[in-house]
Design a protein. Sequence first.
Length: 159
Amino acid sequence: MRIDIVTVGKVKEKYLRDAIAEYSKRLSRYCRLAVLEVPDEKTPEHAPEGLERQIKEKEGERILKHLRDGAFVIALAIEGRMLSSEQLAAKLEELGVHGTSHIQFVIGGSLGLDPRVLSRADMLLSFSPMTFPHQLMRVILLEQVYRAYKINAGEPYHK
């Protein structure tokens, strides 16, 4: 299985980069993982709605260039479906059983995802109705994908 994390912006904090590197290393036993970063747009404080829409459009164009035909695209969106760790594991296993060999997770920038990216997604996934920093969300997503593989392999980790 090939898994891509298509994400807006770079991770600046060392502790987050370290966590991302650790989960990437752990996942290398189970899948081919790639993290594809697209540049983020600077968003001024109290930006008008029109400017925010333009920023999401620009970031969305960059994301769409990385989304591949044949890949199952899962966009992280607050309005998406919430799954338990076991349900996410079952979804990943189901996709593999049905012949999907490439999954792309998409994490938007601070303003969220452009509607074109949301409509291109095969699934919208929400981790919570709360808002998380998109850089931290990368760590949370990688941990949950790792947990899903451990659950599916029947290996100890999940409690």
